[in-house]
Design a protein around this ligand. Structure first.
Ligand code: SF4
Length: 253
């Protein structure tokens, strides 16, 4: 297996580009967060500055695939489709072109959700829902050696960026947590640290989703049950992963 190194934010040359590296274009239902069940077009960029060990979209990070698409092609793909469009990845905010794309889609009347790990700021973005999934310690890469692990650890922790994104856009936070009693307890402590560091302790608790780590649909009911206790105690929401239930762990869904 080839390991693609994390990609740094794009430079000025890319800012002039009208093309985006895309690994998947598809129409499905939103499987996660507050808009779960909503028919949506998904534009998944190729490229991420993190390398989570349990990454469920390696085609956009560890083993990138796909090709360049013009912004015009991407807008055209969404025309006539659902009103909701999800810009996801990978890490869409690495690419300045995403800002121009988001504005062009907004002009067409689309609702734009941006799915991000919250480690990068992007100027001039249009976003109706900033869906931030800050990565906890258990997301550490499981291959690639100590230098990749150190880079991942340094990059994933960006509470200043999460604070800035949350202040600028309607926001939900989706934390991927381990569906075991010990792992969940540690992850809840880390979530407390995140919220405090990002100045988000006053964020309405129902904007915080606990999503079980894993891609096995048969494990979801037990995981939801475990997470529901913590969600009930804190006012958080259990974050469904409806696409896994409906389609399994299948690209393009
Ligand atoms: S941030 Fe998302 S796309 Fe990037 S490595 Fe982690 S899980 Fe994969």
């Amino acid at each position: 297996m080839s390991i693609s190194p994390p990609q740094p934010p794009q430079g000025p040359a890319s800012q002039e580009s009208d093309r985006l590296p895309i690994t998947e274009l598809f129409t499905s239902i939103q499987g996660e967060g507050g808009l779960v069940g909503t028919p949506s077009s998904f534009l998944r960029v190729r490229g991420c500055n993190l390398r989570c060990g349990w990454c469920d979209t390696p085609q956009s990070s560890w083993e990138p695939t796909g090709s360049l698409h013009s912004l015009e092609q991407l807008v055209h793909f969404c025309e006539g489709g659902p009103r909701h469009v999800v810009l996801t990845g990978g890490e869409p905010l690495l690419f300045p072109q995403v800002a121009r794309l988001s504005k062009a889609l907004a002009v067409q009347g689309h609702h734009i959700t941006v799915e991000t790990a919250g480690t990068v700021w992007c100027d001039d973005l249009h976003c109706d829902l900033m869906s931030i999934s800050p990565k906890l310690g258990h997301a550490a890469p499981d291959r690639g050696g100590p230098s990749l692990a150190a880079r991942h650890e340094e990059t994933r922790w960006a509470p200043d960026i999460v604070a800035r994104l949350s202040a600028a856009f309607p926001t939900q936070l989706k934390f991927v947590v381990r569906p075991t009693p010990e792992g969940l307890a540690q992850d809840l402590d880390e979530i407390d640290e995140w919220l405090a560091a990002a100045g988000l302790t006053e964020l309405p608790a129902e904007k915080v989703f606990l999503m079980p780590e894993g891609v096995d649909p048969s494990a979801l009911p037990a995981a939801y049950q475990l997470l529901s206790t913590a969600a009930h105690a804190r006012g958080y929401r259990v974050g469904p992963r409806l696409h896994l239930t409906l389609f399994g762990h299948t690209p393009g869904t």
